[in-house]
Design a protein around this ligand. Structure first.
Ligand code: SF4
Length: 349
């Protein structure tokens, strides 16, 4: 069923994030047409008294003025050029982006301001924006994470009903790497008893290596109220034999223990070694190439850009590590700047 698109301007583009390796998040859309059964955003929808069941993703808010608002916010004297995470609460390359091109506009604007940013997506449509990503990466830290929890066709189709095939994401990764953009794979969420099989995880790591991934990280499913009911309902329908195991694993808790997550991480670390993948380089946040004369002539955005030219990179740790483990996303409403009450912290899916 085609989603309904609601064109609603926003008051703010950047959302404050507390206690994370990045200070701000940006979501040009709210709601996600991909409708993954495990999507953690369902939990926020439930908290906000909005539907977190099959109706989630049926209505997408389009922040039609987000690019202009972002440009104003980046030009403020108070803006310090911190890392911005794009896509922590919705997929910035869901189908709506093909028409509205808001994510592209935001990337262009961040690039003009020489502001570091990290994107997480399941959408191969990102290759359309390889030009603006490459230009932005000349001046500031830019990192792209493709979510590829599995290449298994049955698990993908059943749990991510409206996403493009994972193999397309790996092809998109190749295109970005060939364009000189730091990009890698987030294997998340790994589903116990389904996508945690060593041979399936090996397929993803091998595919990531073959696509030139700069990094691979992983995380295991967590189920907060809102996501929990929806996921377990679908599990009961799709893999009924797994239901008792999940009810036991997630009884009375949303997150598995370190002892249950660690074997998955260890397996992925061993696979990285086996397939000859290196750990991400630290200190890799410098611009990837010296600025060209042509680029210098491009007008930049106000004071923030002038400060950015003088500034050292915001962080010397690879950006993808900021998305490994905990990601903070805003509650799905616009909040006034400086009000952190709308910020909630969740592990990345
Ligand atoms: S997990 Fe990501 S791609 Fe899937 S529905 Fe949620 S926001 Fe969209």
């Amino acid at each position: 069923m085609r989603p309904e698109y609601r064109e609603e301007p926003c008051r703010s583009a950047l959302n404050r994030v507390k206690g994370m390796m990045f200070g701000w998040s940006l979501n040009p859309y709210m709601g996600c047409a991909h409708q993954c059964t495990f999507c953690y955003v369902r939990a926020f929808e439930k908290r906000a008294d909005r539907p977190s069941d099959d109706r989630y993703g049926a209505s997408i808010r389009v922040k039609t003025n987000v690019v202009e608002v972002l440009r104003r916010e980046l030009a403020r004297r108070s803006w310090k050029g911190e890392l911005v995470a794009i896509g922590a609460a919705t997929d910035p390359y869901q189908p709506a982006e093909g028409r509205y091109r808001l994510t592209r506009g935001c990337i262009e604007t961040l690039g003009e301001a020489r502001n570091p940013f990290a994107i997480i997506t399941r959408g191969p449509m990102i290759v359309r924006d390889a030009d603006v990503l490459a230009e932005a990466a000349r001046w500031a830290k830019v990192s792209v994470t493709f979510s590829v929890p599995t290449l298994d066709p049955e698990i993908w189709r059943t749990t991510e009903p409206n996403t493009p095939p994972p193999a397309q994401r790996l092809r998109a990764l190749r295109v970005l790497r060939d364009a000189g953009i730091e990009a890698g794979v987030g294997m998340a969420p790994i589903l116990p008893g389904l996508s945690d099989k060593p041979e399936l995880m090996a397929d993803v790591v091998r595919g990531a290596r073959d696509a030139g991934a700069a990094f691979v990280w992983t995380n295991v499913l967590y189920l907060r109220p809102g996501t929990r009911e929806h996921f377990l309902e679908h599990l009961a329908r799709d893999w009924p034999e797994q239901l008792p195991r999940y009810e036991r694993l997630y009884r009375g808790r949303a997150y598995l223990s370190k002892g249950e997550i660690e074997p998955v991480r260890r397996e992925v670390a061993e696979l990285r070694d086996r397939f000859g993948m290196v750990e991400p380089e630290h200190g890799s946040s410098s611009p990837t190439a010296a600025p060209s004369t042509k680029s210098r002539a491009v007008p930049r955005v106000g004071l923030a850009a002038r400060r950015a030219r003088r500034r050292e990179p915001a962080s010397d740790r690879p950006v993808q590590l900021a998305l490994d483990g905990l990601v903070a996303v805003p509650a799905p409403t616009d909040r006034p700047r400086g009000n952190s009450r709308g910020t909630v912290v969740v592990p990345a899916a």
